[in-house]
Design a protein around this ligand. Structure first.
Ligand code: 16G
Ligand code: MG
Length: 543
């Protein structure tokens, strides 16, 4: 393969503008949008080689998710909707950090190491979020793809989960669904309607929600879904794009600030569904009679799903393993509830979808969720086949109905990645099946108070962790300090980890009361500041 065009276009049109080393992290490359043109161009090149390497379509998503509107980012999607394989993260990092004239050598090396047959035509699917910079950055990806003569299908402005879905559908020959945006809407909404055939208002459940679109792509997609669900759900839309993306609204805002999103009417007991800037996370909230804010996050969604699936497994009599995977951020009360009350095994993985996904693969039905609202359910081949066979077996009597419901759950859920809209539809399904209001859902267990803080340090890489990030290995002595602090708070728990998406260290704490939690988080943050090279001001006590 001749890479001279790749080099000349790089030099003439997309020269490297950033000297610092950048790394393909948990969510690909992410940075200020104006620093990303050359990165996007090079990801167009890399996606092309990956497509040749896998002899399949590769997805490219341009988004910085919940980050501020001025940021942007890019991630590649592997053939079956997975995150890019780890070995290729290394190639991505090498390629982006090479000098313009060094690109050819990196590309040649990848071709050689992976024994890539370059005689074929690469094929890439591309999608972008609503950020103003995304259009320009898409052109940069296209230029990269073009330099290696790749065929490209541009899906325009779509959520991250749509790209995962269409890539999967294309590569499996349409088994998972039709590889179009419409195919995505159709598959989910049809299954949803089937599961709710018994009417819309049941017990305390009402089919009315507020939807907080974070001023992003989720709002555009929900507008389509709302049309298809007319008569089934009443969806009132807010933050649909007039305001600034993710600003005082959306899933990350409500989760981190623990506050009702801006512009959404403060109606008591109404369910509000907030999604993030690329619609792969979802958080539920409501206001009680005293207008106090309550949030139902990824942990709550995971427990709701696990309880429902467990029940369907009992009804259907199917012998399939069910397990749940969380991260260290999962509220201790949720872990206890799942383990002790539901009796479902719980695993803990490192932060990031690929880690939780990986651990969930060990079950026939694996539910994984991060507290921030990112998660889904995955089914093993055996699980999928067993459920489908039972769903079609009339001789099973009542058991068949349970299996059929499980089959519909498989169709609502986007197995390829966490998906705010599909997750919302399954939450609505379960609440409907149980006849629950959002308060009923909240009553299942009581969250321990928790607090997150950020600490700026000179080099966050000095913090390394083990045991799914729950234990800090370096700098030496920091974990001992944390242990000491934690031991003086009832129900205390705390951990620290370097962020994969921001240049900071994150601190998490929980304890019996909010006051103690805030104190513990603050003390741990100060310990990080002192022992890991803090910069700027000492962390302040949260209020
Ligand atoms: C990325 C991850 C998300 C994780 C978050 C943590 C993917 C697709 N996304 O957004 O799962 O929760 O990073 O961010 O893996 P942090 O490292 O800054 O805390
Ligand atoms: Mg996101």
């Amino acid at each position: 393969m001749d890479f001279s065009k790749a080099v000349s276009v790089a030099k003439d049109e997309y020269p490297k503008t950033v000297e610092k080393t950048i790394k393909y992290g948990t969510a690909g490359f992410r940075s200020k949008a104006e620093e990303l043109d050359f990165v996007m161009y090079r990801m167009g090149l890399l996606a092309s080689l990956r497509s040749l390497n896998k002899k399949a379509v590769i997805g490219v998503v341009i988004t910085a998710s919940h980050n501020p509107e001025c940021d942007n980012g890019v991630k590649l999607v592997d053939p079956m909707g997975e995150m890019l394989a780890q070995e290729w993260e290394v190639y991505a990092t090498d390629l982006v950090n090479a000098k313009d004239e060094g690109i050819a050598d990196v590309l040649k090396n990848i071709v050689k190491e992976c024994k890539i047959d370059t005689s074929k035509e690469p094929f890439i699917f591309i999608g972008r979020d609503t950020r103003p910079s995304s259009d320009r950055l898409r052109d940069a990806v296209l230029a990269g793809a073009n330099a290696l003569n790749a065929k490209v299908k541009d899906f325009g402005i779509v959520s991250t989960p749509v790209i995962h879905f269409v890539v999967t559908c294309h590569n499996d020959g349409g088994k998972y669904g039709e590889p179009t945006e419409d195919g995505y809407y159709k598959k989910m909404t049809q299954a949803f309607k089937k599961l709710r055939s018994s009417g819309t208002t049941v017990g305390n459940y009402k089919p009315d929600i507020y939807f907080d679109g974070a001023n992003g792509v989720g709002a555009l997609m929900m507008a389509e879904i709302a049309k298809l669900l007319e008569g089934d759900m009443n969806i009132e839309m807010y933050n649909t794009g007039d305001g600034v993306l993710n600003h005082e609204c959306g899933a990350d805002f409500v989760k981190v600030q623990q506050r009702w999103p801006n512009n959404v009417p403060k109606t008591v007991s109404k369910r509000c569904v907030s999604v993030d800037g690329d619609a792969d996370r979802v958080i539920y909230s409501y206001l009680d009679e005293d207008k106090r804010y309550h949030m139902l996050d990824g942990d709550r969604i995971a427990t709701l799903y696990a309880g429902y699936i467990q029940e369907l497994l009992t009804v259907s009599g199917l012998d399939l393993s069910l397990g749940l995977v969380q991260t260290a951020y999962a509220n201790g009360a949720s872990t206890e509830y799942i383990n002790k009350k539901l009796g479902v095994p719980v695993g803990c993985a490192k932060t990031g979808v690929k880690h939780v996904h990986h651990l969930a693969l060990q079950y026939d039905i694996g539910v994984y969720f991060e507290a921030n609202g990112h998660g889904t359910i995955i089914f093993s081949k055996k699980g999928r086949e067993t459920i489908r066979a039972a769903a079609n077996d009339a001789s099973l009597g009542a058991k068949q109905a349970g299996a059929a419901r499980l089959a519909d759950v498989m169709d609502i859920i986007n197995e390829t990645v966490g998906d705010a809209i599909s997750d919302m539809l399954l939450v609505e399904t379960v609440l409907h099946a149980r006849g629950w209001s959002i308060e009923d859902w909240k009553k299942t267990y009581t969250d321990l108070p928790n607090r997150q803080m950020k600490v700026s340090v000179a080099d966050r890489a000095v913090i390394t962790t083990t045991d799914a990030e729950r234990v800090c290995v370096t700098p030496e002595g920091l974990q001992e300090t944390i242990n000491k602090l934690v031991s003086s708070y009832p129900k205390g728990r705390a951990f620290v980890r370097p962020s994969g998406t921001e240049d900071i260290v994150r601190v998490y704490a929980e304890a019996a009361t909010q006051k103690e939690t805030d104190e513990l988080a603050h003390k741990v943050a100060c310990a990080v500041f002192e022992q890991a090279g803090g910069v700027g001001q000492l962390p302040k006590l949260p209020h």
